[in-house]
Design a protein around this ligand. Structure first.
Ligand SMILES: [Zn+2]
Ligand SMILES: [Zn+2]
Length: 152
């Protein structure tokens, strides 16, 4: 399977991107090389991930740190599990989940910009999205698949 990828995922630019170095990311789906790309039009960052049979392009966000290398976060295409909107944005990386499906899974929290509700996404092999709920007492803790109407 070959997939030719062109252009930017952030804007409508369809030309070649500016190539950059290989970076390590804080939330990889797979332990493959992530090569930095920059859109010459909007200036946003993307990562080309080299799978054995294809290259997958992802959006990326840079978190700069003083005196240290930047942290790179992959922004996966996560559809909202509440309303189906694809307008979601990574909000918390490697979140603490009270009830993970498996201890091997790592979860990122994505906020939906359409319905404002949180989702938890895991990436192992493929992308799984769950409805998420922030713990009322311990705000650093998240619950997967809360009941539709949380008890009062
Ligand atoms: Zn762009
Ligand atoms: Zn939503």
């Amino acid at each position: 399977m070959t997939e030719t990828i062109t252009g930017c995922l952030w804007c409508s630019y369809r030309g070649p991107l500016l190539a950059g170095e290989t970076v390590s990311v804080v939330n990889p789906q797979v332990s493959l090389a992530h090569e930095l790309r920059r859109c010459p039009e909007c200036g946003e960052a993307l990562l080309d991930v080299r799978w054995p049979d294809r290259v997958v392009r992802r959006k990326a966000r840079e978190h700069t740190r003083r005196f240290r290398k930047s942290l790179w976060v992959v922004v996966y295409p996560v559809p909202c599990a509440w309303c189906g909107s694809t307008d979601t944005e990574a909000y918390e990386i490697n979140a603490t989940i009270a009830n993970p499906i498996s201890e091997r899974f790592k979860y990122d929290i994505y906020r939906c910009r359409t319905c404002q509700r949180p989702n938890a996404a895991s990436y192992l092999g493929e992308i799984h999205v769950h409805r998420a709920d922030q713990d009322r007492e311990y705000t650093a803790l998240w619950h997967l698949d809360p009941p539709e109407e949380p008890p009062a």
